[in-house]
Design a binder for this molecule. Sequence first.
Ligand code: C5P
Length: 220
Amino acid sequence: MTDSIPVIAIDGPAASGKGTIAARVAEALGFYYLDSGALYRIATLNALQKGICLDDAEALTVATQKIAPIFKEGRIFLEGQDVTTAIRAEEVSAATSRVAVVPGVRAALFELQKDAAQLPGLVADGRDMGTVVFPDAPLKVFLTATARVRAERRYRQLLERGEEADLAALTADLEERDRRDSKRATAPLKPAEDARDLDTSEMGIEEVVKKVLSWWDEAR
Ligand code: C5P
């Protein structure tokens, strides 16, 4: 039973800052943090490594049902391999939004996400946390920012990590990923009816965290 466990659902498009905000809010409240996108990325990397065709829904579903990722001290392991960095590669990001359209893949990851709800509470980030996985969450937040701002944020992140980046290509990739995530039939990216929208284009991280924490004070 997860109904009595407090959950804050934070959804939004790619690079909207969900991950950073959700992790900070979880830290401030002493709650667990679920990065649901990491599960979709792990399922995708697994499929790529096993040479599964990304159009083969059946094979993707079966392979995803078998994954047993281990989250340990900030690292992610899959079949004994540290995949923490590999799942963030741009190639994996693009492929993930293709794998995430498969209903069987989503069903296979559903229980893993539900199991993350543990006392004293959970902050979950993704695309369908408020609509599908935790529809009873007392606080649902939908974070947005313009594609331009999001691409610039990702661009700076990549440069800081010493990686090469192309702003125009990043913007095009984000827009393509948003389009696929929003248009899919199963669990598309959209705000829950009772979600609170927050456009972070002009906001700093601390300001957004404060806002979410103030909403949480009102909601519980
Ligand atoms: O959040 P992140 O950018 O890591 O997510 C990667 C991809 O995983 C998204 O573009 C989306 O296709 C998929 N995803 C999803 N549902 C979630 C979280 C992520 O479909 N709850």
